[in-house]
Design a binder for this molecule. Structure first.
Ligand SMILES: Nc1ncnc2c1ncn2[C@@H]1O[C@H](COP(=O)(O)OP(=O)(O)OP(=O)(O)O)[C@@H](O)[C@H]1O
Length: 250
């Protein structure tokens, strides 16, 4: 009887565990790129991964998504071991990724772009419900629903690509270097978009090189250098941590 109660309790904890990465090692061509990375993304928070070029940020995303699986260590999502699941199964567990470069389908309308993000969802009613949610988060997209996405501004295209990710109704949204290649004005707008997304309850893993703006919106973060975590803590702790600067400038 008591064992059953304990089972229920741990199942409840696991279901709200979020993403837990324990000591993963990932390799390309037998060269280890990630060497014992551990981190945690708590539900409802913005967690960031900072690090210079080549630190291993993209590889970490590839490992979470099962594109380049970790050969050692463990990745759990809401209590389930997903380390070696194929990518489509990981996606079906509720993890979506907005890749670097935030490509939109330029010749499709904003709404068609958004609908493309829900291609796994068979119910028209559910899709309409998700669209409504995206439009509530980003009213600008509702105003421009019929406009060709390729004619939107850089900042608006960033909204379209994030909105498309939201259409999969993910429990965890990974956003890879959203400010890469954007002008300063759009970078600012882009971070505001992510903050707004979070204020509507989304859990975000934000991978970025833009330290200041990232720490201004994140709750917690990790700094990667040469394939391992060199600093972690609350955004405020990281902002004051000299290792953050070191990780970027050596
Ligand atoms: N497909 C691959 N084959 C071999 N080595 C790779 C491959 N992809 C990445 N690497 C190497 O792995 C290391 C980490 O690269 P990764 O792309 O994960 O870094 P990053 O932190 O995302 O960098 P950036 O910010 O420049 O994208 C680099 O030394 C890189 O050259």
């Amino acid at each position: 009887m008591s064992a059953k109660i304990i089972d229920f309790a741990s199942a409840a904890t696991a279901a709200s565990d979020g993403l837990v990465i324990e000591g993963i090692h990932t390799t390309y061509d037998r060269v280890d790129v990630l060497t014992g990375v551990s981190l945690r993304v708590l539900p409802g928070q913005i967690t960031c991964i900072l690090g210079a070029n080549g630190a291993g940020k993209s590889t970490l995303i590839r490992s979470i998504l099962g594109l380049t699986p970790a050969y050692r260590g463990r990745i759990r999502f809401n209590g389930e071991d997903i380390t070696r699941l194929p990518t489509h199964r990981i996606v079906s567990r509720g993890i979506a990724c907005i890749p670097e470069g935030r490509k939109v389908f330029a010749k499709l309308s904003v709404e068609e772009n958004l609908r493309a993000g829900a291609y796994l969802e068979p119910s028209a009613r559910e899709i309409a419900h998700r669209l409504e949610h995206v439009y509530a988060v980003f009213p600008r997209l509702a105003e421009r629903a019929g406009q060709l996405a390729g004619t939107m501004s850089g900042g608006e295209q960033a909204m379209v690509s994030i909105g498309r990710g939201m259409m999969a109704a993910p429990q965890l949204l990974i956003i890879d270097e959203p400010s890469l290649g954007l002008s300063p004005l759009y970078v600012k707008e882009n971070f505001a978009v992510i903050e707004r997304l979070h204020s509507f309850g989304s859990t975000v893993l934000l991978v970025e090189q833009n330290v200041h703006q990232t720490l201004a919106i994140a709750h917690r973060g990790y700094v990667l250098a040469q394939g391992h975590v060199v600093a972690e803590g609350s955004a405020r702790e990281l902002a004051d941590n000299p290792r953050v600067k070191e990780a970027y400038f050596g």
